[in-house]
Write a protein that binds this ligand. Structure first.
Ligand code: ZN
Length: 172
């Protein structure tokens, strides 16, 4: 399967509000292929989420999958999820601080406050409209990916850029 070319910080596609996806596109073979390629690209990059603008497509679509890893064994797994035209309906005022990184800004991470829980509406890959409440790390991933559809990067949400850190390069 094809690994999609990624967009990186500085590319205007990451700063543009993305356009809604039409239901007829969701039902197309082209859409199914794109979803497969986005999951493949995300896994190859060891990410937990990938939004369409990160592969140069300014449409309101993202894929998410959280699997516990060697480095983060405590993560709660989130099965493969496709979110189309998402909208955060409600969210907690309470926020939690945690580290985030971004496939469009590799090698760097920072502490970002996010709502503890969100209620979100979106279409799934079959076009069905769903409403879900998410908490903790999955809620964080959803907020990060939905921000990409608004042209926002996690650093825009950091009240204090002093936590921005280089991830120590591995010596090979
Ligand atoms: Zn990102």
């Amino acid at each position: 399967m094809r690994v999609l070319p990624r967009s990186y910080l500085g590319d205007p596609v990451l700063r543009a509000p993305a356009k809604s996806v039409s239901l007829s596109f969701i039902r197309s073979a082209k859409f199914r292929r794109l979803i497969g390629e986005m999951f493949h690209t995300m896994r190859r990059a060891e990410g937990v989420g990938l939004a369409a603008p990160q592969v140069g497509l300014s449409v309101r679509l993202a894929v998410i999958e959280v699997r516990p890893t060697k480095h983060r064994p405590g993560l709660a797994a989130l099965p493969k999820t496709v979110i189309v035209n998402p909208r955060i309906v409600r969210q907690s005022k309470n926020t939690m601080n945690d580290w985030e990184g971004c496939l469009s800004f590799p090698g760097v991470r920072g502490a970002v406050p996010r709502s503890e829980w969100i209620e979100v509406e979106y279409h799934d890959e079959t076009g069905r409209r769903l409403r879900n409440t998410l908490r903790g790390f999955p809620a964080r991933v959803f907020q990060h990916e939905i921000d990409h559809l608004e042209g926002l990067i996690y650093i825009d949400r950091m009240p204090d850029l002093k936590t921005l850190s280089l991830i120590k390069p591995r010596i090979r």
